[in-house]
Write a protein that binds this ligand. Structure first.
Ligand SMILES: [Zn+2]
Length: 267
C-alpha cells in the first residue's frame, strides 16, 4: 500500500493537470477604479484560482499594471495603455499629451506591448497613432488594437513589420477574420468578450474552420474593462476550457496559452 501511494499521487496530479488546462488570458485590464476596489494581492489570488498562468495586462492609468506586476510577477506580462483615465477611448488619438505620457513610461518601465487602444479606419493616420507605431518599432512592441479591419490594414501599411494583436478579433464574423489573417502574417487575434466561438459548449463549424486554418493565431481573453468584470475571470477560464475541450488537444493548448506565449517570445 505504501508503495502505491506515490503512484496514486502522480495519477491524481496528472488528472488535475489534464482538467485544468492552463490559460494565458491575453486581454486583462486593471484600471484605476478596479485598483480602488480590489487590491492587487486579491487580483493575483483570483488569477491563480482561475488557473491563469499568464496574463497580458494593461490599465488606465499604468499604476494598476505596475501594482499587479509586483503582486504576481510570474503571471503578469505588462502592456502600456495610452489612457490615463477611463473615458479617453475616443479622444486619445487627437491628444498629443498622450505621447508624453507613453514616452515617459516607456523610458521608466519594461513592456511587451502598446495597448489595448481603440483605433478605427483613417484614425490610424493621426500623428498620435503614427507616433505610437514608431514607438512600437523603436521598442519592439506588439500593438494590441481594438479596431476594424480597415485600421488593421492601415497599421500594416504604415509599418509592414508590425506585430499586431487584434482585440476581440474586431467583433467580426469568423470568415471576415480569416480574410484579415490571410492578409497579414504578423497578425494575431484575441477572442475576448465574445461568446460566438461556443454554441452550448461546442465550437461551431465556422469558428472551427478559422482555428484549423490558423492554429497558431488565436487566443483567449476575459477583458476586465470594468471592475465588476473581475468576477468573470474564473468563469471565463472555465467557459474557455469547455469549448476548447471539443477541439483536438494540440489546437486547444495552442489557443489556451501557447499562441500567446509564442507571439510574445515567452515560449
Ligand atoms: Zn479591452
Amino acid at each position: 500500500m505504501r508503495i502505491l501511494l506515490p503512484v496514486i499521487a502522480a495519477l491524481i496530479a496528472t488528472h488535475v493537470h489534464a482538467q485544468e488546462l492552463p490559460v494565458f488570458d491575453a486581454h486583462i485590464h486593471y484600471s484605476h477604479d478596479a485598483v480602488e476596489l480590489v487590491p492587487p494581492e486579491e487580483i493575483a489570488k483570483l488569477l491563480r484560482a482561475a488557473g491563469v498562468k499568464k496574463a497580458l495586462v494593461s490599465s488606465s492609468d499604468d499604476n494598476g499594471t505596475q501594482r499587479l506586476l509586483e503582486a504576481a510577477p510570474d503571471i503578469v506580462v505588462p502592456a502600456l495603455r495610452p489612457y490615463r483615465r477611463r473615458g479617453e477611448i475616443s479622444t486619445w488619438m487627437n491628444d498629443p499629451t498622450v505621447i508624453d505620457y507613453v514616452e515617459g513610461l516607456l523610458a521608466k518601465h519594461e513592456y511587451v506591448a502598446l495597448g489595448e487602444f481603440h483605433i478605427y479606419g483613417e484614425q490610424v493616420k493621426t500623428p498620435v497613432m503614427q507616433r505610437m507605431i514608431a514607438l512600437a518599432k523603436e521598442y519592439d512592441l506588439l500593438l494590441h488594437a481594438h479596431s476594424d479591419a480597415e485600421a488593421i490594414d492601415l497599421i500594416f501599411e504604415s509599418f509592414p513589420e508590425a506585430r499586431v494583436l487584434w482585440a476581440h478579433s474586431g467583433f467580426d464574423r469568423p470568415d471576415e477574420v480569416r480574410d484579415v489573417l490571410r492578409r497579414h502574417k504578423n497578425l494575431w487575434s484575441d477572442l475576448a468578450f465574445r461568446s460566438d466561438q461556443s454554441s452550448n459548449g461546442i465550437v461551431p463549424p465556422e469558428w472551427r474552420a478559422a482555428f484549423e486554418e490558423f492554429p497558431d493565431r488565436f487566443m483567449v481573453g476575459t477583458d476586465t474593462f470594468a471592475p465588476e468584470r473581475w468576477y468573470y475571470v474564473g468563469e471565463h477560464a472555465a467557459f474557455s476550457r469547455k469549448w476548447l475541450s471539443t477541439l483536438p488537444e494540440e489546437l486547444a493548448e495552442n489557443i489556451a496559452y501557447r499562441n500567446a506565449e509564442k507571439m510574445l517570445g515567452l515560449d
